[in-house]
Design a protein around this ligand. Structure first.
Ligand SMILES: O=C(O)CCC(=O)C(=O)O
Length: 338
């Protein structure tokens, strides 16, 4: 665990040969006492992402998570797990037929997954949730019991895997369409001072080294430039782009409206846990979350308080997701045909 005076290198690994960009790095000096949660949040606000070292999350057992990921991925590739991301489709909904290949495995916490409890322990991990709270601007510290976890809403927990064939995602923001005008982008991304903090956050936790995610640092706070707007959707050399290189066990939190894409190597093993959580009052998240189908099964599970300490927080989060589904009705899809 990081104490407030430990040196925590929150610097993303810069792919300087590829981009030639200055590194958007933050290194906390050992001599200056800092709060690692607020430092990480500040980095996210400035650059649109922040990489956290594996040492911050000692309760994650990579061997156990890898074994469970391997089991579920095998089920998915062989047609025994219907909740999948299929090639060549980028956005939900996805069919449940894996015959053209998959690039993701959905619904790790689904009750029919024999390893759902193992994945739940990682999704609801108290330290991870402390960082998630911090990313949404809620105060976090080790000694603060009321650190915002009571306001969290369960969202998605999926697994991103090596595709069976050559595959990449186009440049996108998760919740702003590619045909949005400059003014529409600015209305979403350049809020006036004093606007309330983000109502959700998302992360990738790499179980193996992973260099699939590519971002344009800083693009979460501005409209696209003319070059970005006119670029090919699969442009391999976007100005300022940066490969997010994760070592196994590292976690990247990122703003889902940063300009980003995925570029995959079908010959390199990938098992990256892809999670998100919200906070109460984030009704605008309904489509992004519910379009994945989580509402169809989350009402049928329960985390039993008293069995394990984390379950009290988990059960509250689950109930708030059920409520989001109840009040939201039919939310449709972000980009149904793509
Ligand atoms: O593969 C990744 O890490 C990126 C995934 C992504 O961009 C998405 O699911 O929208």
């Amino acid at each position: 665990m990081a104490s407030s005076t430990t040196t925590i290198d929150l610097a993303p690994k810069q792919d300087s040969e590829q981009t030639g960009n200055p590194s958007p790095s933050t290194t906390i000096s050992p001599s200056v006492p800092t709060n690692p949660y607020t430092t990480a949040h500040a980095h996210l606000l400035t650059h649109g992402f922040v990489i956290l070292p594996a040492t911050l999350f000692p309760s994650f057992s990579l061997p156990s998570l890898r074994a469970a990921a391997t089991r579920l991925t095998h089920s998915a590739r062989t047609g025994h797990w219907p909740y999948i991301r299929t090639l060549p489709k980028q956005f939900p909904p996805w069919p449940s037929d894996p015959s053209h290949g998959i690039w993701g495995v959905q619904h790790l916490l689904h009750p029919s997954n024999p390893d759902a409890l193992l994945f739940a322990r990682s999704y609801f991990d108290s330290e991870l949730l402390r960082y998630a709270c911090a990313m949404m601007g809620m105060t976090s510290s080790k000694n603060n019991e009321k650190d915002g976890r009571e306001e969290l809403v369960m969202e998605l927990y999926n697994l991103l895997v090596r595709p069976d064939d050559k595959f990449a995602l186009r440049w996108h923001r998760d919740d702003i369409a590619a045909d949005a005008t400059k003014e529409e982008e600015e209305a979403r991304l350049c809020p006036p001072e004093g606007k309330p903090s983000a109502k959700h956050t998302q992360w990738n936790l790499a179980l193996y080294d992973d260099a699939s995610l590519i971002v344009v640092p800083g693009s979460h706070r501005r409209a696209r430039t003319e070059v970005e707007r006119n670029a090919h959707p699969y442009e391999d050399d976007m100005p300022g782009q940066m490969v997010v290189r994760l070592k196994a066990g590292e976690v990247v939190f990122y703003d889902n409206n940063i300009l980003h894409r995925g570029v995959y190597d079908s010959s390199v093993e990938r098992a990256t846990l892809h999670g998100s959580v919200g906070s109460v009052g984030g009704g605008e998240r309904a489509r992004n979350v519910l379009q994945h189908g989580v509402g169809e099964w989350v009402g049928g599970i329960k985390y039993l308080e008293g069995e394990e300490e984390w379950m009290r927080v988990a059960e509250g989060m689950r109930e708030r997701l059920v409520e989001l589904g109840r009040v939201s009705g039919d939310v449709g899809f972000f980009s149904k045909e793509e």
